[in-house]
Design a protein around this ligand. Structure first.
Ligand SMILES: [Zn+2]
Length: 67
């Protein structure tokens, strides 16, 4: 099997949400229910983000994906 090396850029957002780019650190108001995200490419641009997903974006995602 051929293993292709990806040249994707990975940006470390630290405590920021990978979706809304808001700070999710303790005391920011978005700390509760955040969860870590690694290598997310939200718009298929080849740029991956490491960071967190805040609860607000999680709830948005759930709303959009339930039918
Ligand atoms: Zn968010």
């Amino acid at each position: 099997m051929e293993v292709r090396k990806t040249d994707n850029t990975c940006i470390d957002l630290g405590d920021k949400c990978v979706h809304c780019k808001q700070d999710t650190s303790f005391g920011s108001g978005r700390f509760v229910n955040r969860y870590p995200v690694f290598g997310l490419d939200p718009d298929m641009s080849g740029i991956e983000y490491d960071g967190y997903c805040c609860d607000e974006c999680e709830q948005e995602w759930i709303k959009e994906n339930e039918s």
